[in-house]
Design a protein around this ligand. Structure first.
Ligand code: EPZ
Length: 423
């Protein structure tokens, strides 16, 4: 288990460049199953989840290699196994995204319920319901095994998602690419990563439209029509947001290169409302200390994109722990995402959780302590809080953060943070 030792209370200053987006690249890796031509992905972050997805694809038979750091080559010229490894599928949520491509290309798939951060039940009912609408039959076998198959090509259908699920939207987009006829998916997720997946699929030769709105239309194409792609992954908006919050909470001046204002509007609005100075450039966003000594308390309600992102709520809670008054954070996407709060309290925060709400009573200072990361973004909240806390902190179980933050220690050091990683 790795620990990060943080000597906090020092403003971060300088600039950092965000890596490629975890929640975009994982889906494009899965989408490479759809074509017999080679795919090259650039700006791929070196993260545990990327390594796991790579291992899962190689286990299925994908010819995969790193052409250079950050550039991945994926090729499935002669078909692919349809049996997903249980060990690998149970390690992360994104593994379930091999399901749509396997069904589309091979008309069958043996998969397992996916793992993922313990932030609530991670059901896949919307994925399965949509795939059944496309003509897949589903057998649930012992031990969480799912066997899906179709009698030949999937058939285009009209699908309504009860919730704008990101993963279900993406799985169904990919499944529909090779289906016969038109598929209309309504009430879809509108995240930038969904728009990117559409762009990637169309680069392969698919015919997908509407991503970014609440309805996606897919005109099915023949398998032989799909080509390869050479595609560059967008910057990670959640990593960018995390560094902006780290700069703000420490009262420093931090420029985040690669951060896109159009992907982080909700966060930028809330940081401005909290009294943080923002400077938005052509290829960076900069935060600086505002005129007031302490942050203005806020009300934040997480929502599907373009609402305030659930993946930045823990980091914002850390910032609001120092606000001059009481803030309210309502988490509407994942019911069990407040596990990190009891660790924040060890750092001196005054927070109580009632149902889907966290009531955050601002305190003048946080104090260093030993804390334990509970999940990826909860762990990020503890790091940004410890950077602001006076004195020494240790954040344990850094593996959680290694899933979504590439070279975190090096990036923090480049901003002048006094941190040291102990493996
Ligand atoms: C993606 O998870 C992201 N993960 C999550 O990021 C992110 O928090 C989430 O989208 C919301 O933006 C990846 O892209 C790998 P959902 P996903 O399906 O697809 C319920 C991170 O920190 N639901 O939109 O799993 C579900 O239980 C991670 O990088 C069903 O009920 O999210 C949840 O309450 C954490 N049935 C809500 O929808 C389903 O079939 C949102 O889930 C699917 C989902």
């Amino acid at each position: 288990m790795s620990d990060l030792l943080i000597y906090g209370g020092k403003p971060l200053n300088g600039s950092v460049r965000v890596s490629g987006a975890k929640n975009s690249v994982l889906k494009m890796m899965a989408a490479s199953i759809l074509t017999k031509e080679p795919c090259i992905l650039r700006n791929v972050p070196n993260l545990i989840d990327v390594q796991r997805m790579l291992e899962l694809l190689v286990d299925l038979g994908t010819n995969a290699k790193w052409l250079e750091p950050g550039t991945l080559y994926l090729h499935n010229p002669n078909g692919i196994s349809t049996y997903g490894s249980e060990r690998l599928m149970r390690e992360m949520r994104a593994s379930i995204l091999i399901l749509g491509p396997l069904l589309a290309r091979s008309h069958k798939a043996h998969v397992f319920y996916p793992g993922g951060c313990a932030i609530g039940p991670r059901p896949i009912d919307l994925h399965l319901k949509g795939l059944e609408a496309l003509g897949a039959s589903i057998e649930k076998e012992q031990g969480g095994v799912l066997y899906l198959y179709s009698d030949g090509r999937l058939k285009g259908a009209r699908i309504y998602l009860d919730f704008p699920s990101v993963g279900a939207t993406e799985n169904l987009m990919m499944a529909a690419v090779l289906a016969e006829g038109r598929t209309i998916i309504e009430n879809v997720a509108r995240e930038p990563e969904v728009v990117e997946l559409q762009r990637f699929l169309n680069t392969l030769g698919a015919n997908v439209h509407g991503a970014g709105t609440d309805t996606i239309v897919v005109e099915g194409v023949e398998f032989g029509q799909l080509k390869g792609a050479d595609y560059t992954v967008i910057p990670d908006r959640i990593e960018a947001g995390t560094f902006l919050i780290a700069g703000a909470i420490t009262g420093g001046n931090v420029k985040v290169y690669g951060a896109r204002a159009d992907h982080n509007e909700a966060l930028l609005y809330k940081l401005h409302e909290a009294g943080v100075n923002l400077n938005i450039g052509p290829n960076f966003i900069e935060v600086a200390k505002g005129p007031k000594a302490r942050f203005t308390p806020l009300r934040i309600r997480t929502m599907p994109y373009p609402g305030f992102p659930t993946d930045l709520h823990p980091q914002m809670t850390a910032l609001l722990a120092l606000a001059d008054g009481t803030s309210l954070i309502t988490e509407t996407v994942f019911p069990d995402r407040f596990k990190y709060v009891h660790e924040l309290i060890r750092l001196g925060a005054n927070i109580s959780v009632e149902g889907e709400c966290a009531i955050v009573k601002g305190v003048p200072k946080l104090k260093g302590a030993k804390v334990e990361a509970t999940d990826l973004r909860g762990g990020a909240a503890l790091v940004v809080a410890a950077l602001a806390a006076s004195g020494d902190s240790t954040v344990q179980k850094l593996e959680h953060l290694d899933r979504g933050y590439e070279n975190l220690t090096e990036k923090l050091l480049s901003l002048g943070a006094l941190v040291e990683r102990y493996n």
